[in-house]
Design a protein around this ligand. Structure first.
Ligand code: SF4
Ligand code: SF4
Length: 303
């Protein structure tokens, strides 16, 4: 069993729910945030950042918005400020990487990271790669991933071939259709993402210890604390004194956990050992892999 990380990892999700993309497989109900809604989200975000700055614990933050956050100045400034705080060990964000990125150069590259998802159909590979190059030039580490539907297998391989091998490419398995992949397809995708099999099926988790509710937890725009994004039940509120008394080792009550941001903290899987300090942005500690298996016809670059 891996030992619990003494640091906190907080997944923050405010009310912001709008996105500049319209992916047909998007799991979130996309809404339009008007100016007042964005201002309200920014106010809640600012309060959260102030709270982090006032804590003594070492804190990692992963922004997991319902939509796309990094196009908004409030999130850019929040990441910059958090990245320079002495008690912040990591600040990362899930993003479609579409936003203009010059602000990244003002963030501390030692503590900033991105979890970037490529959405073919919403952008071109060339544009996405340019954004990756900008993040790389800023020295900010990031993982790149994609939803592994059959119609994008070729796109996945083009992406892998065009990216620096030092960048980890993950593939989220399409789980809405049972037994979606053939064995050959699994083998094909594992040649891109050696950890693909991990998310091929929801992980059975009931009764096993999970760091969710112990050293990692979610915080919403009101400051309410939950174990993870998948379990209800408010444990407390970060803006109330002593909320941390509710954090302790706990067994997972759910039959399964189907999302990487959850089961990466499920202790029996020992994934903190696999991802190490890259656990929030999904970069394996041992990446770049010494040798990804060669694929026939692999391209050296994509225009
Ligand atoms: S980029 Fe993400 S949030 Fe936006 S539509 Fe696509 S899947 Fe949904
Ligand atoms: S295993 Fe998943 S559902 Fe269970 S507590 Fe952990 S993150 Fe939540």
């Amino acid at each position: 069993m891996s030992s619990p990380d003494p640091r906190w990892s907080i997944l923050w999700r405010g009310p912001l729910a709008s996105c500049n993309y319209a992916c047909p497989y998007c799991p979130f109900a996309k809404t339009r945030d008007d100016r007042a809604a964005l201002a309200d989200d920014a106010r809640r975000l600012g309060r959260f950042v102030d709270w982090v700055a006032g804590r003594a614990e070492r804190i990692g933050v992963l922004f997991t918005p319902w939509g796309e956050a990094l196009g908004h100045r409030a999130y850019q400034e929040a990441m910059i400020r958090l990245s320079h705080l002495p008690n912040v060990w990591k600040v990362a964000a899930q993003t479609n990487l579409s936003a203009s990125l010059p602000w990244l150069a003002r963030a501390n590259p030692a503590t900033t990271a991105l979890w970037a998802t490529y959405h073919p159909g919403e952008t071109t590979l060339a544009r996405f790669l340019r954004q990756c190059a900008t993040a790389q030039a800023a020295g900010v580490p990031f993982s790149v991933g994609i939803v592994g539907r059959r119609e994008v297998f070729d796109d996945i391989e083009r992406l892998r071939d065009a990216l620096d091998p030092a960048i980890y490419v993950w593939i989220n398995a399409w789980k809405r259709e049972a037994d979606y992949y053939t064995a050959d397809e699994v083998a094909r995708l594992e040649r891109i993402d050696p950890h693909f099999r991990l998310n091929l099926h929801p992980q059975p988790t009931r009764g096993g210890l999970c760091l969710g509710g112990h050293t990692t937890f979610t915080v919403d725009g009101a400051g309410d604390v939950r174990r993870c994004h998948f379990l209800g039940g408010v444990l407390g509120n970060i803006y109330e004194a002593g909320f941390e008394a509710a954090l302790r080792p706990r067994a997972c009550p759910a039959a399964t956990c189907g999302c990487h941001i959850g089961y990466v903290h499920y202790e029996p899987l020992r994934l903190h050992e696999v991802f190490g300090d890259g656990v929030l942005e999904r970069i394996p500690a041992a990446w770049p892999a010494s040798a990804l298996p060669a694929r026939e016809g692999a391209l050296s670059s994509v225009a």
